[in-house]
Design a binder for this molecule. Sequence first.
Ligand SMILES: Cc1cc2nc3c(=O)[nH]c(=O)nc-3n(C[C@H](O)[C@H](O)[C@H](O)COP(=O)(O)O)c2cc1C
Length: 309
Amino acid sequence: MDAPLRALVTAVGGYDLCTSEFVRVTPQRLPERVFRRFGPELANHSKTPSGTPFRIQLLGSDPEYMAINALTAVRLGSPSIDLNFGCPAKTVNKSQGGSILLKQTDLIHRITRCVRDALPADIPLTVKMRLGYDDPSVCIDNALAFQDAGASELVVHARTKTDAYRPPAHWHYLRDIREALDINVVANGEVWTRDDWRRCYESSGCEHLMIGRGAVARPDLAMQLKDPDAQPWQWTDFLAALNRYWALLTQLLERGECNESYRIIRIKQWLNQSQRGFDEGPALFEAVKRLRDADAIIGVINSAAKSAR
Ligand SMILES: Cc1cc2nc3c(=O)[nH]c(=O)nc-3n(C[C@H](O)[C@H](O)[C@H](O)COP(=O)(O)O)c2cc1C
């Protein structure tokens, strides 16, 4: 999720915390504007407009530069730092970032320790990992390495890199990780509904949950998980949010903070995910997915909203 989508989703309610898309750390001191672009919330006491706390996530393999850039993020207002050891993207893994590092327990320990040592003691450092690159049996050793290096919380996406995003998520590994660790373990992967969360909890024993695609597909998911009596979103609510998202992206465009193709890609991404959340999603995605013209796209969305009223 980018900042406009975080603003919309956290305004619905139910979220205790949200995280930036990963900031890719190469061996350099990144300019401040990079952090501000990934996290406009930094200028708002690191909160989304509705007040949900926000933090920066970093991805990289050079311990020193991870530490230097973590410090910049903290100086700019990030109240904690999350490290990404889960990204499966080929380009990222090829340049020694994300889930490929789960094959090198010593290195992930060194990165985490180096960042921990650099940060002020009152700034929490958390880690996100997958079960492994191709072998889930490394999950406990890696989790222990993160804990030993000073991570205060571990989010585990319950799949390996080679599992990609294919269901199922193997939540039962999280129980073993949780039992081996003293720090909080947060479950992640394949929670789209209240029922998924119940099964994830029964299998993992994790009381804390991170949701990714489910939050995009159903912006009211966290609210529903926290409050079973909450009124679920109707399709008209989703269309209204989509319209608001378009307006926020248009503001970015007008301020020169994104280009036209960004606006089009992002709205299509959200519509793509909505197929999983709403019965009407597939038809609307089908209607816009080949359109290249911004006016045509918002025209289709507006006419869907008119006919849904
Ligand atoms: C398009 C896309 C982008 C993602 N970007 C990030 C990211 O920047 N940082 C991160 O920790 N996870 C990222 N993820 C992974 C999700 O946070 C989450 O771990 C994964 O989708 C599994 O959880 P879910 O089944 O609830 O979606 C991304 C996933 C997708 C599909």
